[in-house]
Design a protein around this ligand. Structure first.
Ligand code: F0G
Length: 454
């Protein structure tokens, strides 16, 4: 078994605090047992997300100094457009301030009331925007994707039979678009294969339906294709990306995860669609040459996208995650396997199997892990679902605590510290009790909801 190796060195650091356990307990109580409500000064390892917190390279920082700040016609826009075209082969680009802003624009332009959007799996903000425009999400992940422990290399694959049947059932005219999410977030950062994407693409073409790729977690998915898909083991990352892009009609991404620390982009080759979305960008985001991003971020993104084509860069996330997964597995801790992108996912349903789903096992475990180690993870289970129209609780398919490994941020010894604290908590898991809401917002309740021990 290989140890992951940092293919970079540290140049700028941020001091961390490790509070005594009594203070950690107080902090999480004040945060309503919700890790989103913790103050970062109280956190030792911030494993909440990989969004906006990946490390930047020296070249990205340098590029930020040469940004061309003009409202219209900026050189920065031209540079970013050129790199996007080189990498993805799509010549039309709309900038936006982050991923969900792209989702707003795509949904407003393409989703009509009563239409359907088949996808491998939903993401929270994606589904919310589709629903807001009167559309319904159809989740068509292959059954293997929902098995918590497995050897399946591509758990993000769509079930192609179910896609064909769904299109027949609702009628192709009622399908707004088909969406594939790279590095499928909510099932553990799991990739799809290029073979699967080809299948999806040809079904879309047969039916005249647009294929939209959410490329926010593209970097991890690219690396997994290179490492796990036999047919592409000798292809370069750039070739794999070009092939992937050639199968899609629209690509959008959150640049908070891909390439930079802020921003978003929508790419297409379809002039008519581009024109429909253009007006919405001007209305919601900003002029077409910045779309809510600062030119500095756009320059960093330009360099970051180029760096994403470097295997030494994109291996960092997946290799460190796989290492953490292996170490936890060796110690008997229930984790999602195989390791995906984004982070290491702990299976709370098993870790705290004495807590029923009605008492939010993943929320309880995320809270306990902060007390045990000053580690901030994210609940990805029933708290992250909202109630249905009748106010009934919707139990999530999986109860996960996501421990993100922002790219190139943590060292191996910090990862080992996390492994040690999680193992200790597992050995003392009976101490963890279930939770109940004391304040429960109606929309995206996981962000600001407050809970207490039941
Ligand atoms: N799509 C995917 C797959 C994402 O993971 C995210 C964000 C978005 C869209 C929305 O992008 O945050 O820039 O508006 N995921 C973050 C996370 C929030 O922590 O998983 P955004």
């Amino acid at each position: 078994e290989q140890m992951p190796l940092e293919m970079h060195k540290v140049k700028i650091v941020q001091k961390l605090n490790l509070l005594p356990v009594e203070e950690r307990l107080k902090a999480i109580q004040e945060a309503g047992s919700n890790t989103f409500l913790l103050q970062n000064r109280d956190v030792f390892m911030d494993m909440l997300t990989d969004s906006g917190v990946n490390a930047m390279s020296d070249r990205q920082q340098a590029a930020m100094m040469v940004a061309d700040d003009s409202y219209a016609g900026s050189e920065t826009f031209t540079r970013l457009s050129k790199v996007l075209k080189d990498i993805f082969g799509m010549d039309m680009f709309l900038p936006a301030h982050q991923g969900r802003a792209c989702e707003n624009i795509i949904s407003q332009a393409m989703v009509k009331k009563g239409t359907f959007v088949p996808m491998n799996y939903h993401f929270t903000t994606t589904r919310a925007h589709i629903n807001l425009n009167g559309g319904t999400v159809l989740e068509l992940i292959a059954d293997k994707g929902l098995e918590t422990t497995s050897e399946e290399p591509f758990k993000g694959n769509m079930d192609l039979d179910r896609l064909k049947k769904s299109i027949q059932k609702v009628g192709k005219g009622n399908v707004a678009f088909v969406r594939m999410e790279a590095g499928t977030n909510l099932i553990g950062g799991q990739p799809f294969s290029l073979e699967n994407l080809e299948g999806v693409s040809s079904i879309c073409k047969e039916n005249g339906i647009s294929l939209v790729l959410d490329a926010s977690l593209l970097a991890d998915n690219l690396y997994f294709i290179k490492k796990r898909e036999e047919a592409y083991k000798d292809s370069s990352i750039r070739e794999i990306t070009a092939k992937m892009a050639s199968l899609c009609d629209i690509i959008y991404f959150s640049a908070r995860k891909l390439g930079c620390a802020r921003g978003g982009a929508i790419l297409t080759r379809d002039k008519e669609l581009f024109n429909r979305m253009k007006g919405l960008v001007t209305l919601y985001e900003g002029f077409l040459t910045y779309g809510g991003m600062s030119v500095r971020e756009m320059e960093a993104l330009t360099v970051g996208l180029e760096e994403t084509m470097d295997e030494d860069m994109i291996c960092q996330g997946p290799d460190f995650i796989q290492f953490m997964v292996n170490e936890l597995k060796k110690r008997g801790v229930p984790v999602i396997t195989p390791g995906g992108g984004l982070g290491c996912h702990i299976n709370a349903m098993e870790f705290v199997n004495h807590i029923p789903q009605s008492e939010y096992p993943a929320g309880a475990l995320a809270s306990a892990l902060f007390i045990a180690g000053g580690i901030r993870g994210m609940e990805r289970g029933t708290v992250s679902e909202d109630r249905d129209a009748d106010g009934n609780e919707k139990h999530a398919d999986m109860e996960l605590v996501r421990l993100a490994l922002p790219r190139r941020v943590f060292t191996l010894s910090q990862v080992m510290y996390a492994v040690d604290r999680i193992t200790w908590l597992y050995e003392n898991r009976e101490m963890i009790g279930g939770l109940e809401f004391t304040e429960e917002p109606a929309i995206l309740r996981f962000f600001f909801g407050r809970l207490q021990e039941k």
